[in-house]
Ligand binder design. Sequence first.
Ligand code: ADP
Length: 303
Amino acid sequence: MLTLRNLVKVYPGPVAALRGVDLEIPRGMFGLLGPNGAGKSTLMKILAGLLEPTSGEVTLEGMDLVRHPEQLRPHLGYLPQEFGFYPYLSGQDMLLYLLRLKGVSAPQGLPTLCAELLERVNLTFAAKRKVKEYSGGMRQRLGIAQALAGNPKLIIVDEPTAGLDPEERLRFYRLLAEVASERTVLLSTHIVEDVAMLCPRFAVIRAGRVVAITSPTEAKAAIQGTLFEGSVPPAQMAAFQQAHRITQAVLFEGRNRVRIHAPSGAVPAGFEHVPPTLEDAYHLLMRDVPAESPAPAALEVAR
Ligand code: ADP
């Protein structure tokens, strides 16, 4: 269990990136979903021991990670948002270099471990190819290979699917799901589909605060029966937006297909009831929580 208690981070400015985050994260996959600027990377960097929180506690199975980040290192795998690869190294040499840097010990030798890890992430076929020739998905899989080294209890991955094409994304989801069967994997993302596909539980974070802890099923069940879909002519869109709570608007065959949240059931002619998606639930959660709320006491002290 990874436990976060009243975690606060104030950058100079001051910018309140985390305003008192409380979370209990069990084994398996756990999502951290929020828009850009919500504080996800800040949280991930604190967990990775790269950034000190202003105040608060983080414990992994009882180990205090804020006071003793060195205790955590052997138990942690981290795939940051910006992963620095050397483009002219082969995948195999890059991984070997990263394993040395991480100080991983391998009874059978690092090259053997390297080969095992490449096999695990399905990259054996490209072991000798230069990293610059790898696709986005292959790079992310190499990133997971280094995160897996040392068999960590906790793996944190920050926005790992941004920039992957649909096929690569699916492949990467499968790998993450497999990896999460044996440990805690914390997945930070602004992509609702990542959570819908992978996370039995997730937290929604906005403006440095956790605004919901739920599951995709629960989040959808909470708005069951309140979503309707229909077409709106482009010229009427602005007025429609004022009058209704739109959760999604997409162009479909050149027409505006609009989904609205209408718990009363009073909907315009032609609108039909539709089952809710996680995207609808996320949109409503984001809308219902004010972006700016009073700063916690620790924040006032930090100022
Ligand atoms: P996310 O990963 O959810 O996009 P971040 O953790 O990167 O969010 O950022 C949260 C807030 O903290 C944003 O307002 C961002 O501008 C700010 N921030 C992030 N890093 C720094 C920094 N090094 N100095 C000052 N402000 C920062």
